[in-house]
Design a protein around this ligand. Structure first.
Ligand code: NAG
Ligand code: NAG
Ligand code: NAG
Ligand code: NAG
Ligand code: NAG
Ligand code: NAG
Length: 396
């Protein structure tokens, strides 16, 4: 009995730590709970989908092999290279009328050119799944011609439209796989709209050009409509490279730079990132995921395993915070019991619950197996625990 008492006293003493003082210490992905009157003992209570002392790690569940959009083996006789229907991440949209149908808008590379020929051979495709958000997705149609890349589709309630943000400009047809610099094929951001995920999509119109003053921000767009039931505005926030923030009065209006980050965004600095993904949570706070390039900096050009960064702010215009550890890495556990460390894992995008809680249910990334340079595909990985209930609700 004495021993038990001693142990419990000891464990209380050990847990008398102040793990957090504010919700910022919990990355705004949870709340700081003070368990004693004087706040001597505290800990983060993380929202579903996040874990870790500071709630900044994405709680990834095992992925299933041959789900997502993995058609690296889909070669056609007239392909120029053997990278199949390689792809590089995308956005999942649940069909508004046919709730058992999921659409994936992804970047695919033409003529088997693969990831190494992404510019200018990338184009935007729509693929479909009737087996839930994890897929496997089957090619449905071509949404744009090359060169268009990194699509993010979002529903704008104020406009009752789907908006497709992407980078790229129209490229001529080539007769071999090539790879161009951004100087020749600019990453201009454009937007198209449609009444349904199946389209038809309007012609893409320019949002930001890759010339000054929009440069160097004009790449990797991530929109978030500011609409809410209490504030039915048409305003759109647009996160871009380096988590710089633009705002527009409406999706087809003029986009103005409203915030740039205070951390060092220079290449090869420890806070060097790309590929922004922006969202507003259930509390009205802002978050972003980005591709963190820390291993390139610290390990001489290596692109794994620390690939995902999380940033957050109470207000869109900051201050934003960036805890310098990874939100997720390129090591993926599969339901068959295997674990695979990918050479590259980028273009992170989340699919959220639609119950107003914005619980992350799935993470979509572009991945590349170790040893590959051309072949790449789109991996969908469940997050936390709520995705199970979501799939049960679909009758899966
Ligand atoms: C993706 O497809 C390739 C074959 O093209 C295969 O080797 C690889 O294991 C697949 N990966 C997953 C996660 O399904
Ligand atoms: C590609 O892989 C899938 C999944 O294993 C398989 O069903 C399909 O037959 C393969 N296609 C080719 C062309 O090898
Ligand atoms: C591969 O992509 C082409 C379009 O480039 C499409 O016609 C074909 O159906 C796709 N095949 C598979 C298996 O995804
Ligand atoms: C893309 O941006 C460049 C400036 O870098 C501009 O000259 C060009 O007109 C833009 N192209 C399109 C199709 O919007
Ligand atoms: C930003 O990072 C770069 C690359 O590491 C470095 O050369 C530069 O001095 C840094 N700038 C500041 C203001 O810290
Ligand atoms: C990847 O992240 C998970 C979860 O945080 C961790 O358990 C694992 O050790 C990490 N793997 C690598 C290779 O960093």
């Amino acid at each position: 009995m004495r021993l038990v008492k001693l142990l419990s006293v000891l464990s209380i003493a050990l847990s008398q730590v102040q793990a957090c003082r504010t919700d910022e210490d919990c990355s705004l992905n949870g709340i700081c709970v003070h368990t004693t009157r004087h706040g001597k003992q505290s800990a983060c209570k993380c929202d579903t989908g996040w874990f870790g002392d500071d709630c900044a790690r994405l709680d990834l569940a095992p992925a299933t092999r041959w789900t997502g959009y993995n058609h690296t083996n889909a070669t056609q006789p007239d392909d120029w290279k053997a990278n199949g229907n390689s792809s590089w991440g995308g956005t999942i949209i649940q069909d508004p009328e046919d709730r058992g149908l999921f659409h994936l808008f992804a970047s695919q590379f033409e003529h088997g050119c693969g990831l190494s020929g992404w510019r200018p051979h990338s184009f935007v495709i729509r693929a479909e799944s009737r087996t839930g958000p994890q897929g496997p997705y089957v090619y449905a149609d071509r949404v744009t011609d090359a060169f268009h890349h990194n699509p993010q589709v979002i529903f704008s309630p104020a406009d009752d439209k789907y908006l497709l943000y992407m980078i790229g400009v129209d490229a001529p047809e080539y007769t071999e796989c090539r790879s161009f610099s951004y100087k020749q094929w600019p990453n201009n951001i454009s937007v198209a709209s449609a009444d349904s995920p199946q389209g038809p999509w309007t012609a893409p119109q320019l949002v930001l050009s890759s010339a000054p003053p929009d440069a160097p921000h004009s790449t990797n767009p991530s929109p978030w409509p500011l609409w809410s039931p209490r504030n039915p505005t048409h305003e759109i926030a647009l996160g871009v490279e380096d988590i710089a923030i633009f705002s527009a009065p409406r999706w087809d209006g003029e986009y103005t730079l409203t915030h740039t980050q205070t951390w060092n965004t220079t290449e090869y600095s420890p806070t060097w990132t790309e590929d922004s993904f922006l969202w507003r949570d259930k509390r009205g706070h802002w978050h972003a995921l980005a591709h963190w390039m820390i291993d390139l900096v610290e390990h001489d050009g290596q692109k794994y395993p620390r690939v995902g960064a999380h940033m957050f702010a109470r207000q869109l215009t900051g201050p934003w915070h960036f805890h310098l550890h990874e939100a997720f890495n390129s090591s993926v556990a599969f339901t068959d019991g295997s674990t695979q460390v990918f050479k590259r894992r980028e273009r992170a995008k989340l699919f959220f619950s639609d119950d107003g809680l914005l619980t992350p249910l799935y993470l979509v990334t572009g991945v590349q197996d170790m040893g590959e340079t051309g072949r790449s595909y789109t991996l969908v990985q469940p997050v936390g625990a709520r995705w199970r209930g979501f799939e049960e609700g679909l009758g899966l």
